[in-house]
Design a protein around this ligand. Structure first.
Ligand SMILES: CC(C)(COP(=O)(O)OP(=O)(O)OC[C@H]1O[C@@H](n2cnc3c(N)ncnc32)[C@H](O)[C@@H]1OP(=O)(O)O)[C@@H](O)C(=O)NCCC(=O)NCCS
Length: 204
């Protein structure tokens, strides 16, 4: 483990870093820079709204004053979705209005921005919180993922959350192994993979 790194709560000043880390890990954990014509596209969905609308559950891993990873989450997934519908997607639609899809992943993300996907109902009912974690390649496999998940689960638990879920790219074998190792249970959902865990028992 690199001891010059530490985890701290994220702030508004970390917004660009959250866009960047999301882009650099969005291809099943690898750099997706070539797949999007606007480098903000994946972060509009998977990182930045969490900082803006669920800031109490957003943390960054920092090395030499620079964020090199983040974990973000929400306590109540359906409440968060409603909040984004009212206060985030209209802004993102304006930001991306002039974009013509030309790179491989543009169209998918543009479609998600126009028609945000709601999660799987039973999963959200049983495991209302959800999270995302992304660490830049140089800092992966050093024990920081475990620590960041633990930081996130502590914050959620403190808020009274009893269970959490997350989605994983089915091709991201490494992440799937990581979540299994940390004690999450795996579920299939409409061609994708979800993991979930109760957090009101032992520490995560
Ligand atoms: C997935 C990710 C968050 C894991 O974090 P990490 O820092 O690489 O993982 P850690 O080093 O903290 O590993 C924690 C534990 O999980 C184990 N582990 C990690 N990957 C594993 C795997 N594929 N299979 C089995 N165990 C695994 C480690 O051996 C370690 O075990 P220990 O603590 O008992 O010794 C990180 O690699 C990452 O950000 N990857 C790119 C983005 C990504 O894929 N995000 C997830 C999207 S859903």
């Amino acid at each position: 483990m690199d001891t010059s790194c530490f985890i701290r709560p994220a702030t508004e000043a970390d917004t660009e870093a959250l866009f960047d880390i999301c882009l650099k890990t969005a291809k099943g954990g690898e750099d997706a820079g070539a797949l999007y014509s606007d480098p903000h596209l994946p972060g509009y969905i998977w990182s930045v709204p969490y900082l803006k609308f669920a800031g109490d559950f957003a943390f960054v891993l920092v090395e030499d004053d620079r964020p090199v990873g983040y974990v973000v989450g929400v306590a109540d997934t359906s409440g968060f979705d409603k909040d984004l519908e009212a206060n985030w997607w209209p802004f993102v639609r304006r930001q991306t209005a002039g974009l013509t899809p030309s790179r491989p992943r543009d169209a998918d993300v543009m479609e998600r921005i126009q028609n945000p996907r709601s999660g799987t109902t039973w999963l959200q009912d049983e495991y209302p919180a959800h999270l995302h974690i992304n660490i830049l390649p140089g800092l992966q496999a050093g024990g920081w993922g475990r620590r960041m998940i633990s930081t996130e689960l502590q914050a959620l638990r403190k808020h009274g959350v009893k269970a959490v879920h997350l989605g994983v790219d089915p091709n991201n074998e490494r992440a799937k192994g990581f979540y299994r190792h940390l004690g999450f249970s795996q579920f299939e959902r409409d061609g994708s993979v979800a993991f979930a865990m109760r957090i009101d028992g032992e520490a995560g």
